[in-house]
Ligand binder design. Structure first.
Ligand code: BES
Ligand code: MN
Ligand code: MN
Length: 454
């Protein structure tokens, strides 16, 4: 048995109890009502890192959700690995669709269910435990630093500001991020790129106040109707986004890359029926599913508020309606540039009778990662030893806003993780497979050793 395997065997129950404690804290960063919970989660992480042997633990930028900064015992002359992760989570709604409550972590069928189980508390925890296992073996062969933030799910503004002030924080020989899943069970992945994001709120006002639909209907403008017409004008039923200039900015992946994606094992039927639970896929049919998910921009409506949605019926013409919308961005697009295009397009579909306000909420730039790096070779070796298979390079459609900044001091960035594709992040019944956590401890522990030349 390897040393990490025996560590896992001896500490598995304790580790499970520990991660459950972190998962009980509802650290929802987008909701100000949970500010204290975010602080509490930061302190949980900080205290934990102190207890397992980090001589330096600091809470940076703590006027907002604190960024936890920790340094392991110094290993003079040895490489430095920086770990990035986040302790904040997405809102858990809709609550009644959870089998067990989101902040009461529960194990069923070998899976740990809770908001944040995979995104990103559980994944970050597996690296923290790998470091604990490493320290249990004696002085570490690498310098390890932790940068665990609490605003990833709301745009990471505090961390952008921090790194602008202190760019040296990301000076390292490798930056490891465990916030993306395996390609498939048994298939660890490394991301070659992430999409960006441009999130906005679109508000339409059409009258001073709500109106009786009998007395005014037929002549008065309806805010809800206006909003849905505007939204419908921004994207066609074929999936094409009708924002002029948007597709011109897309840097399409090379034929070689697309051919490699076509060779990945993939069942469209299984993806549609089992992973998503839908009858059919939508979107630009002449592009492959992978290209649609990883390399093309999207336009989504997250929710529409306004008018009457309560019990019973109310004959009203709503005066105001709001939609939360976002676009995913792909390489060569930037959040700034796309904001300009969206602003123009919204103006063009705004009827003269309506007052429309467009507010950008947060976002991220897309990123391309060079996967021909030494740290990725070593991580792949660690996966090979533990999982029997090295990493497969894939892209991902999600976003991690700070990633472009993490490589700015020259360190190779490694985007990987131990989650599985059906972990349901951001959705009800989010989970992380318990065995995957334990594999993570072994893989990341071995990665630390390999980075240190052991
Ligand atoms: N960990 C996810 C991003 C992710 C998941 C990337 C799976 C690739 C594969 C991250 O926590 C996330 O959800 N990010 C947000 C960012 C946004 C709120 C600024 C996202 O992608 O919606
Ligand atoms: Mn995440
Ligand atoms: Mn997330």
């Amino acid at each position: 048995m390897s040393t990490f395997e025996s560590f896992v065997a001896a500490n598995r129950d304790r580790m499970l109890e520990e991660i459950k404690a972190l998962l009980r804290i509802p650290s929802i960063s987008t909701d100000p009502a949970h500010d204290a919970d975010c602080r509490h989660a930061a302190e949980w992480v900080g205290n934990h890192l102190t207890q397992l042997g980090c001589p330096t633990v600091e809470y940076l930028a703590s006027e907002t959700h604190p960024v936890v900064w920790a340094e392991g015992p110094a290993a003079p002359g040895k490489p430095t690995v920086l770990i990035y992760g986040h302790y904040d989570v997405q809102p858990p709604a809709p609550l009644d669709e959870w089998t067990s409550p989101p902040f009461e972590p529960t194990v069923r069928d070998g899976n740990l269910y809770a908001r944040g189980a995979t995104d990103d508390k559980g994944q970050t925890f597996s690296i923290i435990k790998a470091f604990e296992a490493l320290l249990a073996q004696g002085p570490p062969p690498v310098n390890v630093r932790f940068l665990i933030e609490g605003e990833e799910e709301s745009g990471s503004k505090v961390l952008f500001d921090l790194l602008a002030r202190e760019p040296d924080r990301v000076q390292a020989d490798a930056v490891l991020v465990a916030d993306t899943p395996y390609y498939a069970p048994g298939w660890p992945a490394v991301e070659t790129g992430l999409r960006g994001l441009c999130y906005a709120e679109l508000k339409v006002r059409t009258a001073r106040q709500d109106l009786h639909s009998g007395l005014y209907g037929g002549a008065a403008p309806n805010a809800h109707e206006t909003l849905v017409r505007m939204l419908a004008a921004l994207k066609g039923p074929d999936g094409r986004i009708k924002i002029p200039g948007l597709y011109e900015l897309v840097d399409r992946p090379s034929k070689k890359v697309r051919d490699a994606w076509a060779k990945l094992p993939f069942s469209e039927r299984k993806f549609t029926r089992e992973e998503i639970g839908a009858k059919a896929l939508t979107g630009l049919q002449r592009y492959s599913v992978f290209e649609r998910l990883w390399a093309l921009p999207t336009f989504e409506i997250h929710g529409i508020k306004g008018g009457f949605t309560g019990e019973g019926a109310k004959t009203v013409i709503p005066a105001e309606a709001t939609a939360k919308i976002s676009l995913r961005l792909v390489p060569n697009q930037t959040e700034k540039k796309v904001q300009q295009l969206v602003r123009k397009a919204v103006k063009a579909v705004t009827p003269a009778y309506a007052d429309v306000t467009l507010t950008f909420v947060h976002g991220a730039n897309p990123v391309v990662v060079d996967v021909e790096s030494r740290p990725i070779e070593l991580l792949s070796q660690a996966f090979k030893e533990v999982e029997g298979r090295g990493v497969v390079p894939v892209r991902s459609g999600g976003s991690i806003p700070i990633v472009p900044e993490l490589g700015k001091a020259g360190a190779p960035v490694v985007l990987s993780g131990i989650g599985l594709p059906d972990d349901r992040l951001h959705a009800p019944d989010e989970k992380l497979n318990v065995e995957q956590i334990m594999k993570g401890v072994r893989v990341f522990g071995r990665f630390f050793q390999l980075m240190g030349g052991v």
